[in-house]
Design a protein around this ligand. Structure first.
Ligand SMILES: CC/C=C\C/C=C\C/C=C\C=C\CC(=O)SCCNC(=O)CCNC(=O)[C@H](O)C(C)(C)COP(=O)(O)OP(=O)(O)OC[C@H]1O[C@@H](n2cnc3c(N)ncnc32)[C@H](O)[C@@H]1OP(=O)(O)O
Length: 299
């Protein structure tokens, strides 16, 4: 159930099974409607401040915010609700997990499963990208931890990226390091942000960047002390909000629509391509080895 935190601010815990359709208004505070059952299963929480119109969406999928089917679905539903909610003007994406923004796609969703599962999973990856890259409202990524691959993609879809100044955190599209290939729309999102040559090197080597290096190549827009990431995101959002909304929105769409349309024109083929690629023995072997490496790292 939504709980009032301070004047005009509501905390919204949302498990995908708990979300009801449509937004609703409670007095002065606009928020999402959810049922009160099993709030502990929520993988995200959303705080919407109706006095500023700024929503903060925190990812909280232990341990590392890896993007599995349920989590992706939950994020997508919440984004949709915020997009429909007139009192929301912009969304800050950040993490409630220590040290990690998002570990990217959940490798277990792409390993040892059947083609139907791979297809459903990839469809949900497409959905989140289409929703975020084509999002009408302002989005800012407050990157308070590491952000490899799909985590980097989520950050790349935002209108602005602010990263915590901690050299232990890295960000980038590291797919080739896992023996897999970032699909064309991951590539296009990167290319639109950092330019052709940097994207080419970055994708081939699967480079991960420290915050200061990410700033140098414009992968992030700002690096600030960790404790200032959220406040800086809020300040930046206020600057975006000062721009006439329709003009900003059309400009955003003009920049992004060709890339969005490209995926929309071949969604089914892209799913087929993914399923056939990920099902290959050699790719499964690479993913298996990578998972073992992640586990061994601990011991
Ligand atoms: C021609 C082309 C056609 C079509 C396109 C085809 C293919 C494209 C396909 C896919 C694209 C994929 C994009 C991706 O996002 S792949 C995922 C990439 N992610 C990573 O490489 C991150 C790996 N993880 C890490 O680097 C680290 O875990 C960390 C920095 C995120 C966190 O480090 P910590 O030291 O804090 O924590 P760990 O002990 O390492 O991890 C804890 C726990 O979590 C498990 N885990 C970590 N990341 C993932 C993940 N992405 N998926 C699933 N599980 C993950 C890790 O194994 C640990 O588990 P245990 O506690 O040991 O059980």
């Amino acid at each position: 159930m939504a709980a009032v935190l301070r004047r005009g601010v509501k905390l919204i815990s949302s498990g995908s099974s708990q979300l009801l359709s449509g937004g609703c208004k409670h007095g002065r505070t606009s928020t999402l409607c959810i049922s009160s059952s099993r709030p502990s299963s929520s993988k995200i929480n959303v705080e919407l401040d109706s006095s500023t119109g700024i929503a903060v969406m925190r990812f909280q999928n232990p341990l590392v915010n890896s993007l599995n089917l349920d989590f992706l679905t939950e994020i997508c539903i919440s984004l949709e609700k915020l997009e429909l909610d007139k009192s929301c003007r912009g969304v800050i994406l950040t993490s409630a997990q220590p040290k990690i923004f998002s570990a990217g796609l959940d490798i277990l969703e792409m390993y040892g499963k059947n083609p139907e599962h791979y297809a459903a999973f990839w469809k949900s990856v497409q959905e989140i990208w289409l929703k975020l890259y084509g999002y009408s409202k302002i989005t800012i990524a407050a990157i308070n931890g590491s952000s490899p691959a799909g985590g980097c993609l989520i950050a790349l879809t935002a209108d602005y990226r602010i990263m915590a100044d901690n050299p232990r955190y890295t960000i980038g599209l590291n797919e080739t390091q896992l023996g897999i290939v970032a699909p064309f729309w991951f590539k296009d999102t990167m290319l639109n942000t950092v330019g052709h040559r940097t994207a080419e090197l970055s994708l081939q080597f699967g480079l991960m960047y420290t915050p200061s290096d990410a700033l140098k190549i414009n992968l992030v827009d700002l690096v600030v002390p960790e404790e200032q990431v959220l406040s800086t995101a809020t300040e930046t959002m206020t600057k975006f909000l000062a721009i006439p909304g329709h003009a900003r929105e059309i400009s955003k769409s003009m920049m992004r629509k060709p890339v969005v349309d490209r995926l929309l024109s071949c969604r089914d083929a892209d799913i087929k391509n993914f399923v056939s690629f990920i099902s290959k023995d050699s790719i499964q072997k690479s993913l298996g080895q990578y998972l073992s490496m992640l586990k061994q790292k601990k011991s």
